[in-house]
Design a protein around this ligand. Structure first.
Ligand code: HEM
Length: 151
């Protein structure tokens, strides 16, 4: 698959579309929980891990909260609203210094996982729709300008 990463312009929030309903229908709630869990495990091995909870129990809980959100945004039950309240994703990410480079790392870690889902039979149409959501909405989470010698 050709999973492109859109160049982010600091302070600009392009319009976002939610993933198409087929993504959740094809992957399933448990499949989304597994996807998010694997993404967090990959984060743990990456150079953005310092942004995330260092405590094991908190890290595990972070997986649950995130999966709750992704199931919800994909059209499933409103687990996140029930357990955590209004999403307000930009505000929730504000305490963490997320720059363009951290976003790219975060996105790159999804690529092999989406390829895995493709190999399991999830359609490219669904996967691209999920990817577009990640690609664009992750731009919104950038809250720290790049260092002058980076991107
Ligand atoms: C499509 C874009 C993204 C979505 C939908 C998303 C979603 C979420 C959600 C639902 C949470 C849990 C919030 C809570 O329960 O209070 C969270 C937390 C967090 N996110 Fe994101 N996120 C995105 C992009 C990013 C990016 C690009 C980074 C950094 C590179 C990042 C770093 C974090 C950190 C550090 C936390 C706090 C620890 C945690 O609870 O996992 N996020 N994110």
């Amino acid at each position: 698959m050709d999973l492109n990463i859109t160049q982010a312009e600091f302070g600009v929030r392009p319009p976002v579309s939610k993933p198409i309903p087929e993504f959740l229908l094809e992957v399933g709630e448990e499949g989304i929980r597994e996807l998010i869990s694997k993404h967090y495990d990959a984060i743990k091995q990456s150079d953005i891990y310092h942004l995330f909870p260092q405590d094991d129990a908190e890290f595990k809980q972070a997986k649950v909260n995130s999966a709750d959100f992704f199931i919800q945004i994909c059209g499933g039950p409103k687990y996140f609203n029930t357990n955590r309240g209004a999403p307000q994703m930009v505000g929730r990410h504000a305490p963490f210094r997320i720059d363009a480079k951290a976003r790219i790392t975060w996105l790159e870690l999804y690529k092999p996982l989406l390829e895995e889902l493709k190999d399991k039979g999830v359609t490219e149409r669904s996967l691209y729709s999920f990817w577009r959501y990640l690609d664009i909405f992750s731009i919104w989470m950038i809250n720290t300008p790049a260092k002058s010698n980076e991107i």
